[in-house]
Design a protein around this ligand. Structure first.
Ligand code: ACM
Ligand code: ZN
Length: 534
């Protein structure tokens, strides 16, 4: 009898361990408190402090949608009866993103900073059943205490909507997926050689011409032909305002990227006078980079870009405006009299310093509007603009990171080897994937560490965080994006959120079993790779 009792206790412990440890990204501290479960039924109200209405409604909507459970939602008034409720409370002195989640016989309590309570709700969601419960309109959540906070202040996901254009509804789905993973920045790569994707009222040809291409390369780069199918589109400013608001309700800031001086062929196709040769140019139909870039010697280019930035700043409240800066070939500048004249009059050493002049001039304008620029790590070449944040992407990301730290500039770590989700997930990937970076398995992504041994303690404050990027050359439809994003985003979210000491591949793999159930339950397309595939 005694043995049976001990076995029963063990069963309860293992059972609640399994439930508790399903959360991804892994919380800092999880403490089991008893072996009971609290029953959420339609009698249980969500009570919230005034600033937490978004989180309260988010949870209400989630359980209504997924479990057909309708919970009453009420702001906490002067008469506080908090028993048998889901109570969301604001802790005014809690640092950004921090939260406590407590579940006991009295109910569920989440307390923290405003965004922290939202993250607490995301954790609570992961404690709910991963399929529709057998008993309708009742959900059991295990008793426990969680104390949690993000490791980095910048936790980003980038979506390239230039190489392929995606409907607004799908962009919202990506924002949802980012929110479930406790990410707080969504970087939209809005312009590139292959298409201009944001409405600019001052320069309508950007959309009339620059948003469309007459065909797309077939197969893997360098390609086997062209499909001759017109592809394109752009988001109206109204649609973008709607996206910004949608993301804000999930505590996510959208960072817009307007590429310059390279990756600008779509704009040059619309306004050929802005290139060194004067064109004609065509929106690019194949992948890879191009010689044609904005002319750095032509003042009209700066007037044009400033006009675009004015509209971008009006739509996006983000502190950060991404100006690209990557992969700008210098061949046209070397042969262009205007660019060469600029080098002379500005006393620049070479074309790298000309790029630095270009970026610094745009930075000055953007700073004058109260915003900060982010640029890919090439902005370090020829001298970095005084206030720029570096996104370190080339190779394993360490060179750009170390260069930024040497210059005492803030940096976001986004290594192509590890965090680029256009790279194949296995060596036997059966769909097209980028062939310029090798395999990026879930495990490889999971084991990436942004803070390398060489980082000095006084520079730690400059590492804002990290970001994963989805370049879409080989993703022509939303399902393919999801398939390339998941499960690697789950792995990366843990690098961005959880403490370094908590990183444990075997433990992550076990928790992923539950995550796969959730993916299915949420209807996501994902690559069911064997977790230890490489
Ligand atoms: C990049 O991947 N060209 C930033
Ligand atoms: Zn030029």
């Amino acid at each position: 009898m005694k043995t049976l009792f001990v076995l029963f206790l063990l069963f309860l412990m293992v059972n609640s361990w399994a439930q508790i440890n399903t959360i991804i990204p892994k919380p800092i501290k999880v403490h089991e408190c008893g072996t009971g479960e609290f029953l959420i039924s339609e009698k249980i109200p969500i009570l919230y402090d005034a600033p937490l209405e978004l989180s309260a409604n988010f949870f209400k909507q989630y359980v209504a949608e997924k479990y057909q459970l309708s919970l009453p939602v009420k702001m906490v008034g002067s008469k506080k009866n908090l028993k048998s409720s889901i109570h969301l409370s604001l802790k005014s002195d809690a640092p950004e993103g921090h939260y406590l989640l407590m579940i006991d016989k009295n109910g569920v309590q989440i307390t923290g900073s405003e965004s922290g309570v939202f993250y607490g709700v995301q954790s609570l969601i992961q404690l709910l059943p991963t399929s529709e419960p057998t008993k309708k309109r009742e959900l059991l959540v295990p008793y426990m205490n969680i104390a949690d906070a993000p490791r980095f202040v910048y936790r980003g996901l980038m979506l390239d909507v230039s190489r392929h254009f995606f409907p607004v509804e799908f962009v919202k789905k990506c924002i949802d997926i980012a929110a479930y993973h406790k990410m707080n920045y969504f970087h939209l790569h809005l312009t590139d050689d292959q298409g201009w994707r944001i409405e600019i009222k001052k320069y309508p040809k950007l959309n009339g011409i620059g948003s469309w291409r007459n065909g797309t390369m077939i197969g893997q780069w360098p390609g086997t032909g062209n499909d001759s199918i017109r592809h394109g589109g752009f988001y109206t400013q109204g649609q973008i305002r709607d996206l910004v608001a949608y993301a804000q309700k999930r505590y996510i800031t959208i960072v817009p990227e307007i590429e310059m001086p390279g990756h600008s062929l779509a704009a040059l196709a619309a306004y050929p006078n802005l290139g060194c040769t004067g064109g004609p140019y065509q929106v690019k139909e194949s992948w890879g980079i191009t010689d044609d870039v904005y002319c750095a010697g032509n003042d009209s280019v700066f007037t044009f870009l400033q006009g675009i930035i004015d509209e971008v700043i009006d739509i996006f409240p983000s502190k950060y405006i991404h100006i690209g800066g990557d992969e700008c070939r210098k061949d046209r500048w070397k042969a262009c009299p205007k660019c060469q004249k600029r080098i002379k009059t500005e006393h620049l050493k070479d074309e790298h310093e000309l790029q630095s002049y270009f970026v610094t001039r745009m930075e000055k304008y953007i700073n004058s509007k109260g915003r900060t620029i982010i640029g890919w790590d090439e902005i370090l070449e020829g001298g970095i603009a005084p206030n720029a944040v570096v996104m370190s992407w080339r190779g394993d990301g360490t060179q750009g990171l170390e260069g930024a730290l040497r210059a005492k500039h803030p940096v976001i770590f986004t290594p192509s080897y590890g965090f680029y989700l256009d790279y194949p997930q296995t060596s036997h990937e059966d769909s097209l994937a980028a062939n310029w970076g090798g395999v990026t398995s879930v495990k490889k992504s999971y084991l990436i560490e942004p803070i390398t041994d060489s980082v000095k303690s006084e520079d730690l404050r400059l590492i804002l965080g990290a970001q994963t990027n989805i370049w879409t050359e080989y993703m022509s439809n939303p399902a393919k994006v999801e398939y390339m994003m998941l499960p690697r985003l789950s792995a990366i979210s843990e690098v961005l959120w959880s403490p370094k000491e908590a990183r444990n591949w075997d433990d992550f793999k076990n928790r992923m079993e539950f995550q796969y159930q959730r993916y299915q339950w949420w209807g996501y397309a994902y690559n069911p790779v064997p977790a230890d595939n490489e």
